[in-house]
Write a new protein. Structure first.
Length: 73
């Protein structure tokens, strides 16, 4: 499979416009996989980053319940 990439604006429609420079490179038949990557708003990005940082932080108090298993293992 080869990747064809383009940016577009979403306007609440149920169909996406494929630019001519992309559509001209498409085969007339066959299979294709469509993947949409959309930008997240800043608040969602900040929340995900904070959750990740909390997850990877060493020695979080709520993780102490697992310490007794690590010592006996």
């Amino acid at each position: 499979m080869k990747a064809l990439e383009f940016d577009t604006e979403l306007h609440g429609e149920t169909e996406l416009h494929i630019p001519p420079r992309i559509s001209s490179g498409l085969p007339h038949s066959g299979k294709a996989r469509v993947i949409l990557l959309v930008e997240e708003d800043a608040e969602d990005t900040e929340w995900r980053q904070a959750a990740y940082e909390r997850f990877v932080r060493e020695g979080a108090p709520e993780d102490s319940v697992y310490d007794k298993y690590a010592e006996t293992g």
